[in-house]
Design a protein around this ligand. Structure first.
Ligand SMILES: [Zn+2]
Length: 243
């Protein structure tokens, strides 16, 4: 994964930029504020506006040469200057949910002998599921993690990121936490590390809050057994899950 604009400028949701390549119904931009999806986090929603029209962005496609295509909801052929705008509600929900999955992951990792994530998926309705490889885990112990998760949110702890050498990251135990959703390295051989100060540090390419207090409290909604080894934990943001 390249260095994404949304990683460096997570609060810039509206960007004036230029179309650098176009096909009917899709464009590549000089700079894009959108998260294109990956690691269980769906791509941003948003809109592209130009003089004389606009189109919803419904999907992203990454070409083999690295071009990020923004797939539009119509067959417009556009060029020149455009305004790209990320759907702010969708991005906020994803940042909150994604940060919540890190907090949950941190406590599962600490409480269950370094248990690894085998899958994660976030949803627009403010819920997410995480699958963990936790042989024989007591589901009540998993459920009890809700209180410490919300303690971390209440403490409003900083969430920061940096880039480290990919080979060094692989060698450091616990940094690449997921077998299924580890981000791909950047062209210069680095991997992005996201840190919740004092709690969690792991490789990740998604979008997160700047601090944990920007999330509403989180509920553990359900725990399913997926075979003897795996547990599927569903979490929800309280301000959305209730509605
Ligand atoms: Zn993440």
């Amino acid at each position: 994964m390249a260095h994404l604009y949304c990683h460096e400028h997570p609060d810039t949701l509206v960007l004036a930029t230029d179309v650098v390549d176009a096909r009917p119904g899709r464009v590549a931009l000089a700079q894009s504020p959108f998260y294109p999806g990956g690691g269980g986090q769906p791509g941003d929603r948003g809109v592209l506006r130009w003089s004389g029209g606009e189109a919803q962005i419904v999907d992203f496609a990454c070409a083999e040469d690295g071009t990020l295509w923004h797939v539009l909801d119509n067959q417009a052929e556009i060029g020149g200057s455009v305004e790209a705008a990320v759907d702010p509600r969708f991005r906020r929900i994803m940042r909150q949910l994604h940060t919540g999955t890190h907090i949950l992951n941190a406590f599962v990792y600490q409480s269950f002998n370094g248990a690894l994530v085998t899958g994660v998926q976030m949803y627009e309705d403010g819920t997410a599921r995480m699958d963990f490889d936790v042989p024989g885990a007591d589901n009540d112990r998993l459920r009890a993690l809700e209180a410490p998760i919300n303690d971390i949110i209440a403490q409003d702890i900083a969430v920061t990121f940096d880039y480290v050498d990919f080979a060094a990251a692989q060698a450091q135990h616990g940094l690449v936490r997921s077998r299924s959703v580890a981000p791909t390295p950047t062209p210069d051989g680095k991997i992005r590390i996201v840190e919740i100060t004092g709690l969690d540090r792991q490789a990740c390419g998604g979008t997160h809050l700047a601090s944990t207090g920007a999330s509403p409290p989180i509920r553990i909604l359900k725990i399913d057994n997926k075979g003897r080894h795996n547990r599927r934990v569903r979490i929800g943001l309280t301000d959305l899950a209730a509605s």
